[in-house]
Design a protein around this ligand. Structure first.
Ligand code: IVH
Length: 673
């Protein structure tokens, strides 16, 4: 559907076409949550229609205008005992002053929530009905959605009988989750949060919950009869666990009502300034008189109360052309997508870049370069591209492919979450921490990858040393995935696991530092060769090059890596990590059972992991190796051994069973003590 032009509607044909477009858009919106034009486009179209009707008294437009004004929602099966009204607009701040002067009473300033109006009934404390506004006279029964709506409890503590009116809306976080769910089921994304509420309230054929929120802006019933002001009513409601719009913006909407026009304007401006950081969508401010009696005095004209008015902020949704999609991989290793747009004015600023969720979203929603897209900038500082208008797709539109590997380092993507992460610990702090905590390195039980993500995301861990400073309280409050926190019990387990990790052998400490070229094997060889951390840190490049498997080239990188990590290693030492023991003089070392032998362990050694078995070889004076060759001195054969055992037999290399190896180890350890 084409956007309305600013041209006046001069012929009856143009007028009729415009009416048809408006009605079509409104019914698509209300009845199938489909957005055919932005709010701004819709409002402009309505203004054109009304303007043309006013200019052409010769056209019979009365019925048509009523239809357009009703918004063409088809209503529903529930009849509202008192119609659900709509608000008149005040266009400028001067009009706001004029409004305050005209009503001459105390007024409250509230956020105008951008969701869907509903009416709820409580009977003796039980929630018995939720109905949408519909056409104002009748609406749809959406009581089935009650469990998904926060702020509208299904049972009150007191047995109250009430009617509550208010807005169902979605927080920014809930909106993102709703969109991800929606796109994953193959449907197109919701354009904005209001659209998402409309879609989610009525769509019952889904098997997941869509959390929404409710905030009231009107209430009546026997329990409230004693109250004489709106403020009192809403505070009472809030104390019963029902959300209230006036409670949502602390320092603005919860202030005492005032009749000072300048103060009202100040509140509206403050609310506008804070709009971006609220975490939920508002499209304006509502000014309303506070005294309930005073409202009757002022009255209501054709479904619009004269005691309240809406001041609208800049529109939050606009359309523009998607020119490119750029990707970046941040320090946490996570991929982020940025839409490059033709500049567009939305939410009060000109936007040229916007967030584009994740690669799966781009793929599933089928965004193409050249497409016209909906940009949303509301309760969030970062504008986002949420949906595409396929009807405007040019032939030249190009499909976008996500890069197959990390553009920083060429690493593989870890695709376990929709926000892919580079799996290389060199590129990603999260991957590094995850690697350091893993079983074969520091072996911290209970610390999964989501823990690594959480500590990095929370900014608690900026390098490995920070890990050892975490407190139980800090860890307990971190998200564990879903909506839950890690909690005190698991946090205690993780933090004591980290404390224990300080005592892991030097080889594992070295490996955990994530120095280029230093994996588990080289970590072990460095520890075995130098014995202590001090000896390792004072080694020259030449000293390093002497270590088995490290040539000149690797020695250079390891030397540089150790220098690079120096401040972190200093902190780790100060925090008490294992720093090794000096290598005994060679006669004693030569006494060790596997002294000087190249040993391959294949198959399982009871009670030991692969890494532990390799560490044991080194503790016994041997050099652990992964492959059997004529240079191998001994092969330890455990259960499940395969080709390596066969090769040992072929080459006539001495072998030992895993049991004998375990016994040898036990003997040597006893001797140590
Ligand atoms: S007072 C007229 N207060 O705005 C009935 N309305 O265009 C009393 N809205 O249908 C409305 N936030 O859905 C009021 N804090 C607020 C509001 C609010 C959003 C909506 C409501 C109404 C529409 C009027």
């Amino acid at each position: 559907m084409a956007a309305p032009t600013s041209k006046a509607l001069t012929t009856r044909k143009q007028f009729d076409d415009a009416v048809e477009r408006a009605l079509g858009a409104a019914s698509a919106y209300y009845d199938s949550a489909e957005l055919r034009m932005t709010d701004f486009e819709y409002d402009t179209l309505i203004e054109q229609i009304e303007g043309a009707a006013a200019q052409h008294s010769d056209w019979d437009t009365r019925g048509v205008l009523d239809e357009v004004a009703a918004g063409a929602s088809t209503g529903g099966e529930v009849t509202h005992p008192v119609p659900m009204l709509s608000l008149g607009k005040v266009k400028t701040l001067d009009d706001v002053r004029e409004f305050v002067g005209r009503v001459g009473q105390l007024v409250a300033v509230e956020p105008k929530l951008d969701g869907l109006a509903v009416r709820a009934e409580y009977n003796k404390g039980l929630l018995v009905l939720i109905a949408t506004r519909g056409d104002g006279t009748t609406g749809e029964d959406v009581t089935a959605r009650a469990s998904e709506i926060r702020g509208l409890p299904t049972k009150l503590k007191k047995q109250l009988t009430l009617e509550v009116r208010g807005e169902v809306y979605m927080t920014d976080t809930d909106f993102d989750a709703a969109n991800d769910n929606r796109v994953h089921t193959g449907k197109s994304a919701f354009v904005n949060s209001r659209n998402a509420v409309a879609g989610s309230l009525r769509n019952s054929d889904r098997n997941y919950d869509t959390p929404m929120s409710f905030a009231s802006y009107d209430a009546s019933g026997p329990a409230l009869e004693k109250t004489s002001s709106y403020t009192e009513r809403m505070n009472l409601l809030n104390s019963w666990g029902i959300g209230a719009a006036r409670a949502l913006v602390v320092g603005v909407s919860d202030l005492a009502p005032t009749d000072d026009a300048d103060e009202v304007v100040r509140r509206i401006e403050t609310l506008g300034d804070r709009r971006a950081g609220l975490g939920f969508p508002i499209d304006g401010a509502v000014v309303k008189t506070d005294a309930i009696d005073g409202r009757d005095v002022i009255g209501t004209v054709s479904r619009t109360p004269k005691w309240a008015a809406a001041y609208k902020y800049a529109a939050d949704t606009a359309t523009t052309v998607l020119r490119d999609i750029e990707i970046a991989v941040g320090r946490t290793g996570r991929i982020s997508l940025r839409a490059v747009l033709d500049p567009v004015f939305v939410g009060g600023t000109t936007v040229t870049y916007a967030t584009l969720h994740n690669p799966a979203f781009v793929h599933d929603a089928d965004f193409r370069i050249g497409d016209t897209v909906y940009v949303y900038r509301a309760g969030d500082v970062i504008p986002r591209v949420n949906a595409v208008d396929r009807s405007k797709r040019p032939k030249s539109a190009k499909v976008w492919e996500a890069p197959s590997t990390c553009p920083n380092c060429g690493g593989e993507w870890n695709k376990s979450s929709v926000l892919w992460r580079c799996s290389s610990p060199e590129c990603s702090l999260t991957s590094w921490i995850d690697f350091a905590l893993s079983r074969d390195v520091l072996d911290v039980e209970g610390a999964s990858v989501s823990f690594s993500e959480a500590v990095v995301d929370a900014g608690l861990v900026n390098d490995l040393a920070d890990l050892f400073t975490l407190t139980v309280d800090q860890v307990a409050a971190l998200p564990a995935g879903d909506d839950r926190e890690i909690g005190a019990k698991n946090a205690t387990k993780i933090v004591s696991g980290i404390e224990r990790a300080k005592g892991q052998p030097l080889a594992r400490q070295i490996t955990s530092w994530n120095i280029r070229m230093v994996g588990r094997t080289i970590g072990r060889r460095l520890a075995a060769h130098f014995g202590t951390l001090d000896a390792l840190r004072s080694a020259s490049e030449t000293d390093l090059a002497d270590v088995e498997g490290i040539g000149v080239e690797k020695a250079r990188m390891i030397y540089a890596g150790l220098r690079d990590r120096s401040p972190m290693i200093d902190r780790l030492v100060a925090l008490g990590i294992e720093t090794g023991t000096a290598i005994e003089t060679s006669p004693v070392a030569a006494d060790l059972p596997l002294a000087g032998k190249k040993v391959v362990v294949t198959g399982a050694v009871p009670g030991l992991t692969r890494t532990e078995a390799q560490e044991a070889v080194e503790r016994l004076g041997g050099q652990s190796s992964g492959s059997v060759s004529s240079a191998t001195d001994l092969v330890v054969i455990g259960e499940g051994a395969g080709s390596k055992a066969e090769k040992a037999t072929q080459l006539g290399i001495p072998t030992m069973t895993a049991e004998d190896f375990a016994r040898l180890l036990a003997g040597a350890t006893e001797g140590d003590g």
